[in-house]
Design a protein around this ligand. Structure first.
Ligand SMILES: *[C@@H]1O[C@H](CO)[C@@H](O)[C@H](O)[C@H]1NC(C)=O
Ligand SMILES: *[C@@H]1O[C@H](CO)[C@@H](O)[C@H](O)[C@H]1NC(C)=O
Ligand SMILES: *[C@@H]1O[C@H](CO)[C@@H](O)[C@H](O)[C@H]1NC(C)=O
Ligand SMILES: *[C@@H]1O[C@H](CO)[C@@H](O)[C@H](O)[C@H]1NC(C)=O
Ligand SMILES: *[C@@H]1O[C@H](CO)[C@@H](O)[C@H](O)[C@H]1NC(C)=O
Ligand SMILES: *[C@@H]1O[C@H](CO)[C@@H](O)[C@H](O)[C@H]1NC(C)=O
Length: 771
């Protein structure tokens, strides 16, 4: 909300925009008479100075009444002015009147319903209930569950189902035939969020979204936002991801698919948004951008902070052609901005929309054909109150015109405007006309605090329905349950051998049907039905087939004194059914696939397996991780880090294999073939070392924080340093201990043959040309 002051500007620039007026420098303080609140407390944003806001706080389940906040005017008085009656106090939060159910009864019937009050719903005979049969009043001022509706089946002539009446609302319109209209209004003190009017369509659906009645103090929970914003933004990201290269006006322009998605983020930094809220919103935006980047798209960004002026943090015009601003630069720019650096405290919401309109106009002039293909997503964080620059409604209309290009039907999907209402008082009526209205989608959210928004954004794109993304994982949290979400591909393998003994190995889910592991986990006589796999936290899978690398032969060199020979130590386990992809279960990326190119953000038709190798194994000391098995099934596996010794470092590393019985300087290279990567030792840093039970586990790298790519798998080591019979923690290498890992680049033919089989009954991976 905020009120404009101008003297800071005047002093600095000797220029005073007229709309700010001339200020009285000898301001009076606002008084502190009758400011108290019964049952609660209050804080100021700038003490009792001009333009300060007084904000009331109440315990959970209560809201400040009659005022949520007051602002200190130039005249030295509060707005709204504090009064003796009605006394300012914390009132119990109520939920809107549920007794609006038609053709059914509500129990209990009360005058008012407070937090934790429960209601149950029953339909008269002949009617059936849709929605929730019982609901609880929640501390955000909403009923849990869905609106109960009693209907007698579809009546003659009706096309749409009864749309019901949400609590606190009234409906006019009782016919649900094609073209029929129903309209809603909310009781006094409630505002209608959603569609005031809905029309029954030929396809049996109602236009718009179900209306809801909100109090001033009603807000949306993190879960509600995750569900609604999540499904919408995922839609945008996937549209952009599947859009094809476009043949524009005869000349082929190769566009990075992500280049088709423009995301404009505008954050209100006027006085009504506290510094803490600002920082939380900034963290949330950072999280959103990082998570969006874990999709294969890299969108163009415009980021604005606005008050009476616009602070442009990231300029979308910097994303033209080849000059894409890297993610880390965007995040650094975002981080650099100081909240205190603001000079004005007014709110010019319209100017923020105008800035975005100008950027669009510029892009359209630059390349009209390309502009037609662009998707624009606008995300605003504001309380909606503007005290200068006028209403943004007209600017929003112009933005729509610009994007729709006279064909709304065709191009409406190219524009999405979301507003997150933040701040003590949110001006719903002013915000609602600005957001996109699309059937079944929500574009306006009201937050009580932005604190949870970061985690909300984090959850948004980890839903199971983003199936195509390998190696995507969550990356926060310190509880074991949350930490495990970093390794949704992790598989534990239990084999019951013929002798009755049990073997344990590790593995990784590499697509929905296959686990990658080591060949030596299996004995010749082992059968698929004796193998059990656990993926992620606790998903149990059955195995249909054990597929060993055809060149794997443990005894191949027995005659020349090498008792065990681990070359081509790789196996695939084909599961009986596809694993269900979720937050807990998701494949890791493996080299030489198109899926991994996307994770590495490589675009074009030109990417080869060799290119992946150049990126993933480029250094002579390459830091990677593997997971160590834990004896205790319920405990979290530990992440170990090692440095692979490649290129000029390799020979030195593998020399230590000659300490093993049967291996000599002469036959060393015959045992440790080029198919192995070496780690271990204490130089240059002390590596972790694998233990029994770690075999077959992925040797992996993290990319961009949110994608995991496997480069090898644990095969064998020179020494067993792990204590028997004890809980195994991470084990550190000594001077001489070395581990050897099968290099996935060397077995990619085998992987391609089985995982890339496109005449099979599972979704294959797409493999790249070798060179
Ligand atoms: C400035 O404010 C003070 C205190 O409210 C008042 O006495 C004085 O007349 C004001 N001056 C002007 C120029 O408005
Ligand atoms: C509803 O909640 C209020 C406040 O907690 C409580 O006093 C009242 O007994 C509850 N009513 C019912 C029917 O549970
Ligand atoms: C992309 O191209 C393929 C084949 O040319 C086509 O089947 C598909 O519908 C196109 N996708 C989009 C989003 O245009
Ligand atoms: C809008 O686009 C669709 C699909 O390209 C086309 O069939 C229709 O004629 C267009 N309408 C107008 C008014 O240009
Ligand atoms: C393909 O790769 C070659 C060599 O790396 C490069 O010169 C060429 O420009 C690339 N082509 C495309 C379309 O990216
Ligand atoms: C590929 O799939 C087909 C059909 O299921 C199967 O007959 C064939 O053996 C598979 N090839 C390999 C190498 O697994």
């Amino acid at each position: 909300m905020g009120i404009s002051v101008c003297w800071i500007v005047c002093a600095a620039l000797l220029l005073c925009p007229l709309y700010l007026g001339v200020d009285n420098l000898t301001q009076a303080l606002c008084n502190n008479v009758n400011l108290g609140i019964e049952g609660g407390s209050y804080t100021f944003t700038k003490e009792r100075n001009y333009a300060s806001m007084l904000i009331y706080h109440c315990p959970e389940g209560y809201y400040p009444y009659p005022a949520l906040s007051r602002s200190c005017l130039k005249s030295g008085s509060w707005d709204p002015p504090p009064k003796k009656r009605p006394i300012q106090k914390c009132r119990m939060i109520e939920c809107p009147n549920p007794l609006v159910l038609e053709s059914g009864s509500v129990f209990p019937v009360e005058q008012k319903y407070f937090v934790n009050n429960k209601t149950t719903y029953e339909c008269y005979s002949g009617y059936t209930l849709r929605g929730s049969s019982s609901r609880v009043c929640q501390s955000n001022g909403k009923w849990s569950g869905d609106t109960p509706i009693c209907s007698s089946g579809v009546r003659d002539g009706d096309r749409c189902a009864d749309p019901g009446i949400p609590p606190g609302a009234r409906r006019t319109g009782d016919f649900f035939r094609i073209g029929d209209k129903v309209t809603y209004r909310c009781d006094d003190n409630l505002r209608l969020i959603g569609s005031k009017e809905r029309v029954c369509l030929e396809n049996g659906h109602w236009t718009g979204t179900e209306p809801k009645c909100y109090y001033k103090h009603t807000y949306d929970t993190a879960l509600e936002i995750t569900e609604a914003f999540g499904s919408a933004i995922r839609g945008s990201l996937q549209v952009a991801e599947t859009a094809n290269d476009t043949d524009l006006a005869g000349k082929k322009i190769s566009v990075d698919k992500g280049g088709l998605l423009n995301i404009y983020i505008a954050m209100d930094i006027s006085d009504s948004i506290k510094e803490e809220e600002f920082n939380e919103a900034r963290n949330a935006v950072t999280k959103l951008i990082t998570k969006v980047s874990s999709f294969s798209v890299s969108p163009n960004y415009e980021i604005l902070f606005f008050s009476s002026d616009i602070n442009e943090i990231v300029n979308i015009l910097d994303f033209s052609g080849e000059n894409r601003k890297p993610l880390k630069d965007i995040l650094a720019d975002l981080d650099k901005f100081q909240y205190n650096a603001r000079e004005n405290v007014g709110t010019n919401l319209n100017e923020a929309f105008k800035t975005i309109l100008e950027k669009m106009a510029f892009q359209k002039i630059r390349n009209k054909d390309l502009f037609k293909e662009l998707f624009h997503v606008l995300i605003f964080f504001t309380d909606g109150a503007y005290n200068m620059g006028g209403s943004p409604e007209n600017t929003v209309l112009k933005i729509q015109e610009m994007v729709y290009m006279n064909n709304k039907t065709e191009r409406e999907k190219n524009l999405d405007i979301y507003v997150f209402g933040v701040g003590t008082e949110i001006f719903d009526e002013d915000i609602q006309p600005l957001v996109t209205k699309r059937d079944g989608e929500t574009h306006y959210f009201k937050l009580k605090t932005i604190k949870d928004l970061e985690e909300t954004f984090d959850q948004i794109i980890d839903e199971g329905n983003v199936v195509g993304l390998c190696g995507l994982h969550k990356n926060y949290g310190d509880t074991p349950d949350k930490q495990r979400l970093k390794y949704p591909w992790l598989a534990r393998i239990y084999v019951t051998h013929e002798s009755g003994s049990q073997g344990k190995c590790m593995g990784s889910l590499v697509n929905r049907r296959f686990i990658l592991t080591a060949a030596h986990c299996f004995k010749f006589e082992d059968t698929a039905d004796k193998v059990q796999v656990k993926i992620g936290k606790d998903t149990v899978a059955k195995v249909e087939q054990i597929i060993l690398h055809p060149k794997y032969n443990l005894k191949a060199k027995e005659k020349v004194g090498i008792k065990e020979f681990y070359d081509y130590d790789v196996a695939l386990l084909k599961l009986t059914t596809d694993a269900d992809i979720s937050v807990n279960v998701r494949p890791i990326c493996i080299p030489c696939t198109k899926e991994t190119s996307a994770a590495l953000r490589l675009v074009g038709d030109n990417i080869t397996c060799k290119k992946h190798e150049e990126i993933l194994l480029s250094k002579s000391l390459e830091e990677v991780s593997f997971m160590s098995h834990d004896k205790d099934k319920d405990r979290m596996e530990q992440e170990n880090t090692v440095k692979l010794k490649l290129k000029q470092e390799r020979d030195n590393c593998i020399d230590f294999a000659a300490k093993v019985d049967g291996i000599t300087k002469e036959n060393l290279k015959e045992v440790v073939t080029d198919n192995f990567m070496c780690s271990g030792g204490r130089d240059p840093t002390r590596d972790n070392i694998a233990c029994k039970g770690d075999s077959g586990g992925a040797v992996f790298k993290n990319y961009d924080d949110h994608r995991t790519i496997q480069v090898g798998l644990i095969s064998w080591g020179t020494k067993n340093l792990c204590p028997e019979g004890k809980d195994i923690e991470k084990q550190e290498s000594d001077e001489e201990s070395r581990d050897f890992h099968t290099n996935l680049f060397k077995v990619s033919d085998f992987l391609e043959e089985h995982l890339g089989n496109d005449s099979s009954d599972f979704a294959p991976l797409t493999f790249l040309p070798k060179k």
